[in-house]
Ligand binder design. Structure first.
Ligand SMILES: [Zn+2]
Length: 233
């Protein structure tokens, strides 16, 4: 009689399995040691693993199938192989989960980065109304007006103080009132809006650290600079 292995998969024949179990039981209960030498451990291990190296016409297979001692060892080895396979399957499943989670995380991180760089590139519109602003001329301090801008790409609409002259202005964001450490600057021409001189200018403040700065406007003709305390947030 040949050992009838359980075929794995959906097409598993339960009747064959039952026959094999009945046979195993009979052999184990008989306590008989089959004629011929018992095959070595390596052979039994291969048999338990059902490797292709073993031919079912090998006389050792017949021996193992009818020897209670070999059958015992074979069943123990099969148990071992199964639990190791089970562990491998679990480890593989866990590894797969981890890969999926990591992939998901990196996709998400990419999206966050994308979103934050989009936010970084977006131009923020701000209006600074200096119509009633007290200005700082030269070193003269003033606490009348403090304006704030975000550390972003900003399109600032500036309404100049009353009595400001029309024309071209140099606009700058600086660390101090001496015009040092320029964070951003540009030149712009005013437009008259119902008696108010105003203009829009793009300032790139993305590299500016949060803190106190000065916004200066310098008229091209009279070269007088006006400084307004500015907070960058
Ligand atoms: Zn044996």
């Amino acid at each position: 009689m040949r050992l009838t292995w359980r075929r794995s998969g959906r097409g598993e024949d339960r009747f064959e399995t039952w026959l094999a179990q009945q046979h195993q039981k009979r052999v184990l209960e008989s306590g008989v040691t089959a004629p011929g030498p018992c095959p070595d451990e390596e052979f039994l291990r291969d048999l338990a693993r059902k490797t292709n190296r073993i031919s079912l016409t090998d006389p050792r297979v017949d021996h193992a199938a009818s020897c209670s001692k070999c059958m015992n060892r074979l069943l123990a080895l099969r148990e071992e192989v199964h639990s190791r396979r089970h562990k491998l399957v679990l480890a593989y499943a866990a590894a797969t989960c981890l890969v999926v989670v990591l992939a998901f995380m990196s996709i998400n991180r990419g999206k966050v980065r994308e979103r934050s760089s989009e936010a970084n590139m977006a131009v923020v519109s701000e209006t600074l109304n200096l119509w009633d602003a007290g200005t700082l001329r030269g070193q003269q301090p003033s606490a009348l007006q403090s304006v704030s801008l975000p550390a972003r790409l900003v399109r600032v609409k500036i309404i100049l103080p009353r009595f400001s002259a029309p024309g071209r202005y140099e606009v700058a964001v600086t660390r101090d009132q001496a015009g040092n450490d320029v964070q951003a600057h540009g030149t712009v021409t005013t437009t008259d809006n119902g008696g108010r001189e105003e203009f829009s200018i793009d300032l790139d403040l993305r590299k500016a650290k949060a803190g106190p700065y000065f916004l200066s406007t310098t008229h091209e003709q009279d070269q007088a600079s006006y400084y307004y305390p500015l907070q960058i947030k």
